[in-house]
Design a protein around this ligand. Structure first.
Ligand code: NDP
Ligand code: MG
Length: 383
């Protein structure tokens, strides 16, 4: 029985993880859960899975939950950042699935690694911000860093039988987002309502906007750099609108390996939670007796400036990725608040990359400072 802590239990990845946990109750036990503010949903999860420990990041939500008496008496409920770190390092747990959004998951992830827990990592922003430190800590503590993001999970599976020194390049697939075929002249009219709908994947609002701009693929390039140790010139992106091939690994002899599964996160989540074992999936896989079309095309960088900016940030090294991530987070927040237009998102990232100091080998504290400074810079740009 593997004991699991799930950070971000009420989100999209959280929901897929619960499906996997429900289907494999004989192998997986949920011992801790966290959310930001959705206390009713979190309480329901605690009741269904008989979870012993729960954390709400928001103090207000915690007070409301206590007043409402939402949680079963067998669940110990806490709140705040310190409680999140304690939950992530719960003595009872074997593995922590980090499915929060944004960089708030960084400290809890480092705390979990420090406590010797394996990590299933869905949250890409924290790796883009603190990748060097997370990867170093995982090596030092000899814990597994299991990539849950579908592309990285695919690469991880392909690499199981081929050492990285025999790899020529990694090719990340991308759906191209919801505006892949929208005439460029119409992109200025894109609203938050339009940008939070994805044709293949059902995901949280931030990553859905990132998929449209391809900042998501930009973050994933940086994520791949930290997870697999390859530089920007050996990381490529190909548009694959069906989201069935989750990435490719090209060997030095020209052979190309791929991992395929339907566009649902339950496959990657299950792979990580049960690793290194396997078990039947919670939903049907691809049926090749039915018609299936797989298309691939090179991305048009002029259409996706956020992708090109990510390569720039990765090549500049040091604090570049941290600035890219922070500026993108703020740009998406401002867009969703209808304060800036869709096409302003890359402008805010570019402005911040040019303005914020690019430290060469930043410490964790310096990266957190850069994160704050880049957020303020991205807020300050008047458009
Ligand atoms: P959602 O917005 O759907 O869910 C986010 C979850 O994190 C919620 O449970 C939320 O709680 C919680 N949360 C947010 N902020 C905090 C905080 N400060 N402290 C504690 N908990 C917090 O996001 P997704 O599930 O879509 O994405 C999660 C992560 O996984 C992101 O980094 C994303 O890039 C990555 N990812 C997502 C994929 C997907 O298919 N959705 C695919 C690949 C990667 P509450 O509900 O209370 O606000
Ligand atoms: Mg992905």
């Amino acid at each position: 029985m593997k004991k699991v802590v799930l950070l971000g239990a009420t989100g999209s990845i959280g929901g897929s993880a619960l499906r996997v946990l429900r289907a494999h109750k004989d192998r997986l036990q949920l011992v801790g859960v966290a959310a930001k503010g959705k206390h009713r949903e979190l309480a329901d999860i605690c009741r269904e899975f008989k979870v012993g420990h729960a954390v709400l990041q928001s103090e207000r939500a915690y007070i409301e939950a206590k007043k409402a008496g939402d949680f079963p008496s067998s669940t110990q409920l806490n709140c705040g950042s310190q409680a999140l770190e304690s939950l992530a390092s719960l003595p009872d747990a074997d593995i922590v699935l980090v499915a929060t959004v944004g960089t708030a998951g960084l400290r809890p992830t480092l705390a979990a690694i420090d406590a010797g827990k394996d990590i299933a990592l869905a949250n890409k922003e924290l790796l883009v911000l603190g990748g060097a430190h997370v990867v170093e800590a995982a090596h030092r503590k000899e814990v597994r860093l299991l990539p849950t993001d579908s592309e990285h999970n695919a690469i991880f599976q392909c690499l199981e039988r081929s050492p990285i020194d025999q790899v020529d390049k990694l090719i990340l697939t991308a759906s191209g987002g919801q505006f892949r075929n929208t005439p460029k002249s119409e992109l200025s009219q894109v609203t938050p309502e339009m940008a939070t709908q994805h044709p293949n994947w059902s995901m949280g609002p931030k990553i859905t906007v990132d998929s449209a701009t391809m900042a998501n693929k930009g973050l994933e390039l940086i994520e791949a750099h930290w997870l697999f140790g390859l530089e920007a010139d050996r990381l490529e992106v190909v548009i694959h609108p069906q989201s069935v091939v989750h990435s490719f690994v090209q060997q030095i002899d020209g052979s190309i390996l791929a991992q395929l599964s339907p566009p649902s996160m339950t496959f990657a989540i299950q792979h990580c939670l049960l690793y290194p074992d396997r078990a039947p999936s919670v939903e049907p896989t691809i049926d090749f007796t039915k018609a299936l079309q797989l298309d691939f095309e090179a991305p048009n960088y002029a259409r996706y400036p956020c992708l090109e900016l990510a390569y720039e940030a990765l090549r500049s090294g040091g604090a570049g990725p941290a600035i890219y991530n922070a500026a993108n987070e703020v740009a998406v927040e401002r867009f969703l608040a209808k304060e800036v237009a869709y096409l302003d998102i890359p402008k805010i990232i570019e402005y911040s990359l040019n303005k914020v100091e690019l430290l060469v080998a930043p410490s964790l504290d310096q990266l957190l400072e850069t994160n704050n400074e880049a957020r303020l810079t991205a807020q300050s740009l008047k458009l």
